[in-house]
Every structure is written in C-alpha cells, then in structure tokens.
Design a protein around this ligand. Structure first.
Ligand code: NAD
Ligand code: IPM
Ligand code: MN
Length: 386
C-alpha cells in the first residue's frame, strides 16, 4: 500500500516522540511491503515563531490532502503568557475543526507489569480496559468567548447533531467490545448536559444490545479511581473528556503511555485516498485499494512536557501506539497495527523502561527495543504461516 502521512512534530517533546513513531512506521513499511511518504509540517509554537500563525495554511492544506496526520504535541512556556494574542494550542484546535475529527478515541489499558506504578492498589487495576470517546470539535473549546479587563466568558454550546454523531460512534464501538456504554455529563446543572443526556437516551433505543448508563462527571472522576475495571466505552463532551483521560492515564502509570485517534466520517471513495494502491511484489501484503478513507489525526494524549523536553528521555510509547491506531483506522492495516501493539507490550513487560515508568532508558533505547520486537513479531508470524 502507498500512503501519504503528514507529520506535525510541534513543540517540546513533540519532535522527540514523533521521530520515534515515524521510525516505527518506516520499519513496518519495510517489513510489510508498504510505501509511506512522510511530509513534515509546522504547527504550534514553532509555527508561530516561523510564520506568526499556529496553523499555517500550507500545513492545513497538506493535512487535508493526506491519508492520515500524526502529531506530537504543541505548546510550552515560551508561548503561555495569558495575555498573548495567539497561542500554539489554537493551531491544534483549528486543525481538529478543519479536519472534522469529532470523535477522539483514547484507549486505556493497565499493563500488569506497570500496575505498581499506579497510585491505586493492584487489585483495583486488574482487567482495566476502557475506551474513552471524547467529543472533540464542540463545547466550550469552540464557543464564543469574551474578555474585558474585569470579566471573561467561554460559551459552551452543543447541537443535537454534534452529540448524536459522537454518541452513535461510541455505541458502534461498544458493539465490538463488551457492549456497555457509560455516558458522562453534568445534567444536574448544565443545560448542554441535559441536551446531551436526552439525545443519548434517544439514540440508545437503536442499540438495544448495548447496556447504557449515565454518570455525572464529578462522581465519574471518583469512580475511575475506585472501580476502573467496570467501564467499557465512556462517551463524554470535550472538556470532561480532556480532564478524565489525563486522570485515567495515571492508572496506566504515565501520561506518556496513552495514544489517541481523532476520527471524522468516512469520505466517499473519490476522496483523497483515491491514490491508495494495492501493494504488489514479493513480500508485500496485497490488498484491494481502500474503498474510502477515514480522516484521522493521531497523537499521544500528553502535551509538550516542557520539564523534560530536549533531554531525550520522553516516553515514546503513546506516540508509537498512536501510529498503530493510524495504521488500523486510516489505512486498514490491522496486522501491522497489531505488530506494533505486540512489540510495545513486549517492551513494557521486559523493558527497557523510560524514567516516567520507573526505568533509566532514554527515548532512543525504548525505540530500539520496540523496533527489535517488531522484527521478532513479524518473524514469528511468518514462521506460523509457513
Ligand atoms: P504535559 O502532558 O506536557 O506534561 C504533564 C507531565 O507529564 C509532565 O511532568 C511531563 O514531563 C509528563 N509527561 C508528558 N508526556 C510525557 C512523556 N511522553 N514521557 C514522560 N513524561 C511525560 O502537560 P502540561 O505540562 O500541563 O502542558 C504542557 C504544554 O503542553 C501546555 O502548553 C499544554 O497546552 C500542552 N499540551 C499539548 C497537548 C497536545 O499537543 N496534544 C496535550 C496536552 C497539553
Ligand atoms: C489534549 C490537549 C489539548 C486539549 C490542548 C493542548 C488544546 O490537552 O489533546 O488533550 O485540551 O484538547
Ligand atoms: Mn489534554
């Protein structure tokens, strides 16, 4: 398969973890007979410094024409003055909106060998497997805002259509999992949450095979810590999802471990994936050209980690697992995605571990171990089929 991937390394540790994810994608391409063409573009603070804009039009145009987009992180102290006229984060929000990637999937699993890093007792972490579906292009992030010398406002607005599409996505995803959706809101106080809840109730009627429960966000923050293994798919609005998923990352052991996939709707086959060709030749996996493309933006959930940037110690796992999600969701390369996930699992089990998960290894050492494990996995898979 041939695919064009735009990379947006961004700021802080963004370039460090993106480079690791790209190295993994190069290895997968070589091993499985694909051609991935990478196109690096500016976003965030670096883009502000170079062009004055957090999302230059050339970057956006490249993303819109790509098969998938892989992002590191944006932001940092240099651009964080609360009175700054423009911020790096605006570039990321504009990109999410322009790509229409309204469903942000943030899977959480707790690796048994890392359970001792969690602030929770080990027995609470057994069988934790949650898929957060965070609404990503609405709510307070995108409402009208005002600021004067002595007051400020951020409007929180949701339409039924915005709620419906992300909730349907959550129910569909639950059908491939344990068929349990928890919808998180603040319906006891907020009007947007009451609209959210009534929309969820109506849509649930189309999925009688999926169990639905509602949870208020404040108690959900507590339940995530006390009973994390009772959740399957958790769907919620933009701001609540942002906060709950960083909390959830603490259960896994580090913010550096969690990947994400931000997905829009499937475009007609005449879309930008029209040039995707089936791979040919020896050693390549031959598949039909993708019938349609699913626009996707893939990023670890962590930020630019200014406290460790430039030291070569960032954990690349969240970014590498985001590359696996890219292969799965945008390029339909399931076996290749599984190869990356199996390799990461092996490295989490046997090491080397980066500092945030109790080890001494730098980003490069962790990457090398993942690359070696990908080769092992592919060798084993090849031996199995012989
Ligand atoms: P952060 O996620 O950057 O860092 C929080 C803590 O987690 C830090 O101690 C950091 O060292 C650690 N951490 C994060 N990623 C790590 C990794 N890969 N390996 C090891 N440790 C890691 O959050 P913050 O400090 O609140 O935000 C810093 C900047 O990042 C802000 O400007 C914020 O807006 C931005 N941010 C960007 C994104 C994004 O681009 N998607 C996401 C979150 C925050
Ligand atoms: C995230 C980040 C972003 C968000 C910021 C950087 C705009 O925290 O991806 O979780 O709040 O969505
Ligand atoms: Mn966040």
């Amino acid at each position: 398969m041939k695919a064009r991937i735009v990379t947006l390394p961004g700021d802080g540790v963004g370039p460090e973890v993106t480079a690791a994810a790209v190295a993994v994608l190069h290895a997968v391409a070589a091993r499985y007979g694909h051609e991935f063409v990478f196109d690096e573009q500016l976003i965030g603070g670096g883009a502000i410094d170079a062009t004055g804009e957090p999302l230059p039009s050339a970057s956006l145009a490249a993303c819109q024409a790509a098969d998938a987009v892989l992002l590191g992180a944006v932001g940092g102290p240099k651009w964080s003055d609360p009175n700054a006229p423009v911020r790096p984060e605006q570039g990321l929000l504009a990109l999410r909106a322009a790509l229409g990637v309204y469903a942000n999937l943030r899977p959480l699993q707790v690796h048994p060998s890392l359970a001792n890093l969690s602030p929770l007792k080990n027995d609470r972490l057994r069988h934790v497997d949650v898929l957060f579906v965070r609404e990503l292009t609405g709510g307070m992030y995108f409402g009208a805002r005002t600021r004067s010398a002595d007051a400020a406002t951020d409007e929180c607005r949701y339409t039924v259509a915005e709620i419906e599409r992300v909730v349907r996505r959550a129910f569909e995803l639950a059908r491939d999992r344990r068929r349990h959706v928890t919808s998180v809101d603040k319906a006891n106080v907020l009007e947007t949450s009451r609209l959210w809840r009534s929309t969820v109730q109506r849509i649930a009627a189309d999925y009688p095979d999926v169990k639905l429960e509602h949870q208020l966000v404040d108690s959900m923050a507590m339940l995530l810590l006390t009973r994390p293994n009772r959740y399957d798919v958790v769907v919620t609005e933009n701001l609540f999802g942002d906060i709950l998923t960083d909390e959830a990352a603490a259960l896994a052991g580090s913010l550096g471990l969690l990947p994400s996939a931000s997905l829009g709707d499937r475009a007609p086959s005449s879309g930008p994936a029209g040039h995707l060709l089936p791979a040919t030749g020896e050693g390549s996996s031959v598949r039909p050209a993708a019938a349609s493309t699913l626009m996707g933006l893939y990023e670890p959930i962590h930020g630019s980690a200014p406290d460790i940037a430039g030291q070569g110690v960032a954990n690349p796992v969240g970014a590498i697992l985001s590359a696996a999600l890219l292969l799965r969701h945008s390029l339909q390369l399931e076996a290749e995605a599984v190869a990356i996930e199996a390799a990461v699992e092996q490295v989490l089990r046997h090491g080397p571990h980066s500092r945030d998960i109790g080890g001494q290894a730098g980003t490069a050492e962790v990457l090398d171990a993942v690359l070696a494990a990908i080769e092992d996995h592919a060798d084993n898979a090849a031996a199995f089929f012989c």
